[in-house]
Design a protein around this ligand. Structure first.
Ligand SMILES: Cc1ncc(COP(=O)(O)O)c(C=O)c1O
Length: 388
């Protein structure tokens, strides 16, 4: 390989999701269940706050850590929702999406050779980001039998003297799994026993359809070994604003702030001002509630519809994804997704794009218009009857 390019970065394969978007983009009349973002426009009251900020001419950098009022609003909301307190100065950082927070967390803790345990299937960026930060990803397949939750025994079996952290994400992309308390306690026990850091990506925290979200840092003994990754993209339909945050112990957050300072300076100012409204205006809270209700109706439509056509879907309890088992088709996940888009023009993402444990499944996002989901079910029904 040429020396022009970093070997470490070149070795990371491109995202398996892109391939399907690229194919879908060249076709007419495709129903896409492939993209993982809300189909809502950001609620009016939040957009207006961004526009007002621009009208006032607030176009400069903010403090590196983010506007103080926003950091205060974040910690207040987190305390109110989940009963755990953070300091808005030392323990809070406003970032460019949850994506940046995740990257900073890994940059802040990884020394060469450190291993990060990653329950999979998982968000496509995790393994790549661990590699970029100089660490070694250690994937662990989760299974439908444990509702795609990682068990303490699985983690324990993967721990080595080089293990540094566990990277978890519940509610989960791509499975829709959430974490039951018994599994949380098992993860916490492994982290405590081996002195590991837990990076908990809770970007879908408000998108729970059964029960309340529990933040991982609220577990006994976990607060100072957990880095919380949070965001506005999913809960508030703000993907394009590029805003997220990190909460965690002051020593780790100080190092994350340093990387952020040198690489980013500060998160987008307009987005930060809008996010204050997202967290503090009751109309924004009403919007979160009604968007969730709408996802929930579409979740039922898709999951029940899939079951009716013979694609058993595990019951997703959070986020906005269904992860049906497609083995009845006799195809691999890749073949299923390719043939489905080719014959019926429905785009979904093959499970293996999300790592170990994904074979035999595909991800379908139900943040898609109801009539599109109905039409997709029609087409998939035909498809399964033809191939099943
Ligand atoms: C699990 C998970 N974490 C993080 C992100 C990144 O989100 P953001 O838009 O906040 O960078 C996503 C986006 O799809 C995600 O699914």
């Amino acid at each position: 390989m040429s020396d022009r390019i970093s070997r470490r970065v070149a070795a990371v394969p491109p995202s398996g999701i892109r391939k399907f978007f690229d194919i879908a983009a060249t076709m007419q009349d495709v129903i896409s269940l492939g993209i993982g973002e809300p189909d809502f426009v950001t609620p009016d009251v939040i957009r207006q706050a961004g526009m007002d900020s621009l009208t006032r001419g607030e176009t400069r950098y903010t403090s590196n850590s983010g506007i103080f009022e926003l950091r205060e609003a974040i910690v207040k909301k987190w305390a109110q929702l989940y009963g755990i307190e953070y300091h808005p100065d030392q323990e809070t950082l406003v970032t460019v999406g949850g994506s940046e927070a995740l990257y900073l967390a890994l940059m802040a803790i990884i020394n060469p050779g450190d291993e990060v345990l990653i329950p999979e299937p998982c968000f496509v960026s995790y393994e790549a980001e661990v590699v970029f930060a100089g660490g070694t990803p250690v994937p662990i397949a989760t299974h439908v039998e444990t509702l795609f939750q990682v068990t303490g025994a699985q983690l324990e079996a993967a721990v080595t003297p080089n293990t540094k952290a566990i990277l978890i994400n519940y509610p989960n992309n791509p499975t829709g799994a959430v974490l039951d308390h018994e599994y949380m306690a098992e993860i916490a026990a492994v982290a405590a026993r081996h002195d590991l850091i837990v990076i908990s990506d809770e970007i879908y925290d408000r998108l729970m359809y059964a029960g309340q979200h529990t933040t991982f840092s609220s577990l006994p003994g976990m607060r100072d070994r957990t880095i919380i990754i949070g965001g506005f993209s999913k809960d508030y339909a703000m993907t394009g604003w590029r805003l997220g945050f990190a909460l965690g112990a002051a020593d780790i957050l100080a190092v994350m702030r340093k990387v952020h300072q040198y690489t980013i300076m500060s998160a987008p100012t307009t987005a930060q001002v809008a996010a204050i409204t997202a967290l503090t205006d009751p109309r924004a809270e009403d919007a979160v509630y009604s968007m969730r209700e709408s996802y929930n109706l579409r979740r039922r439509l898709l999951v029940d519809g899939l079951a009716n056509i013979g694609l058993t879907a595990f019951e997703p309890r959070g986020a906005f994804y269904a992860f049906p088992d497609i083995r009845v088709s006799g195809m691999t996940s890749d073949e299923f997704a390719m043939t489905l888009i080719d014959e019926e023009k429905v785009a979904c993402v093959p499970g293996p794009a999300f790592g170990l444990g994904g074979e035999g499944y595909v991800r379908m996002c139900y943040a898609t218009a109801k009539d599109q989901i109905e039409e997709a079910l029609e087409r998939m029904g035909r498809f399964v009857r033809r191939h099943g």
